[in-house]
Design a protein around this ligand. Structure first.
Ligand SMILES: *Cc1c(COP(=O)(O)O)cnc(C)c1O
Length: 343
């Protein structure tokens, strides 16, 4: 039966430009179908809300994207959906957290601040044993470096704002999965909550997708050089980048990810916050900003957000997230070198 979920009737539902992008996104994630939302947060919220009801329980990896935490701990609790956060570096922690009410596992591998991974295949297998659905935020890797559906995950979410669009000029999100799951989300949460993308944003995203492969490999190539440089530097305590030999889950990273993307974090050997500040202010080629995945290299220090929302101690105060963009890597490394001298 042809209806407004299959043919263009009204642009909140099916739009021809959006429909073209949805096909490309589904193909990229090896999924049967995909939805495009007006933000990554909307994609995650719709994907989660569609599969839980009052009384249900969710197991989520700890420290997911901040608005995923708010969705679970502030919004869904009001509707009597509870969440247990687990250390995802051991897949068995997901099994141990299961209750008779558990409906959904939420994963993010790696997370985008400290980069802990989950063994997607192992967690998906535990979920299947118990009839539990799995949703994985795959923004970090982009579909080119990791395909959770191939590892048994049911639903994949992206902030399309990051690598997928790649030009820092669109906020959008993706949810990919089976025809049946995507149909359910579309006919309920997608249509009622209405976080639909504009056709113009979908067109811009299509422009971005055409260079996705070139961009993510450039970012990954440069990130590898930057990570190696930083790791060898005497002012650096630690580099969190999953493909480094020193990263505790490096073997798992190499098993389930094709490459490692351009986002990493470092801990500085700084005596105090002022040392971190001198480093951050000293950087000339890394803009101080949230987000990532575009042309420009960026820096985001924990120190900038320590305050009422982020109690001291949750993340190390000497941590700085670095996004390695598409510029020539030589000047980026030189810039880091001169700023590290200021620590
Ligand atoms: C940015 C981001 C999101 C949210 O995406 P928006 O498009 O900003 O709503 C979700 N997950 C991760 C890992 C992100 O980096």
């Amino acid at each position: 039966m042809r209806n407004e979920f299959d043919v263009p009737l009204y642009t909140r539902g099916v739009n021809p430009t959006v429909a073209m992008v949805r096909k490309k996104l589904a193909a990229l994630e090896h999924a049967e179908d995909a939805l495009l939302f007006s933000s990554g947060s909307a994609a995650i919220a719709a994907g989660v809300m569609s599969f839980v009801k009052a009384g249900d329980h969710i197991v989520c990896v700890k420290k997911p994207y901040s608005w995923t935490t708010k969705l679970l701990s502030e919004l869904l609790v009001r509707f009597n959906v509870s969440t247990t956060y687990v250390d995802g570096t051991n897949a068995e922690n997901f099994r141990r957290a299961i209750t008779p009410e558990t409906r959904l596992f939420i994963l993010e591998s790696p997370n985008s601040i400290t980069f802990e991974l989950q063994d997607l295949q192992a967690v998906a297998a535990i979920a299947k044993e118990h009839g539990i659905l799995t949703l994985c935020d795959n923004s970090y890797n982009s579909p080119l470096f990791q395909n959770p559906i191939d590892l048994g995950i049911d639903l994949v979410a992206h902030s399309g704002t990051k690598y997928l669009n790649g030009h820092s000029d669109v906020v959008c999100g993706v949810l990919a999965g089976s025809k049946e799951h995507i149909r359910q989300v579309m006919s309920k949460e997608f249509m009622t909550l209405g976080a639909a993308p504009s056709p113009h944003d979908a067109w811009l995203l299509m422009r971005g997708l055409r260079t996705l492969e070139l961009r993510v490999h450039r970012s990954a190539d440069s990130a590898e050089r930057v990570a190696n440089f930083l790791e060898a530097h005497p002012k650096i305590l630690q580099v969190n980048w999953p493909f480094l030999k020193s990263f505790p889950q490096e073997p798992l990273a190499r098993k389930q990810m094709k490459r490692c993307a351009g986002l990493m974090s470092i801990r500085l050997k700084a005596a105090d916050m002022a040392g971190v500040e001198r480093f951050c202010n000293g950087l000339k080629r890394f803009l101080l900003a949230v987000s990532w995945g575009g042309y420009e290299s960026l820096q985001f220090p924990t120190a900038a957000v320590i305050g009422p929302d982020m109690p001291k101690g949750e993340l190390p105060w000497d941590l700085v997230r670095i996004y390695v963009g598409l510029e020539d890597p030589e000047p980026l490394i030189a810039d880091l070198e001169q700023a590290l001298a200021l620590v």
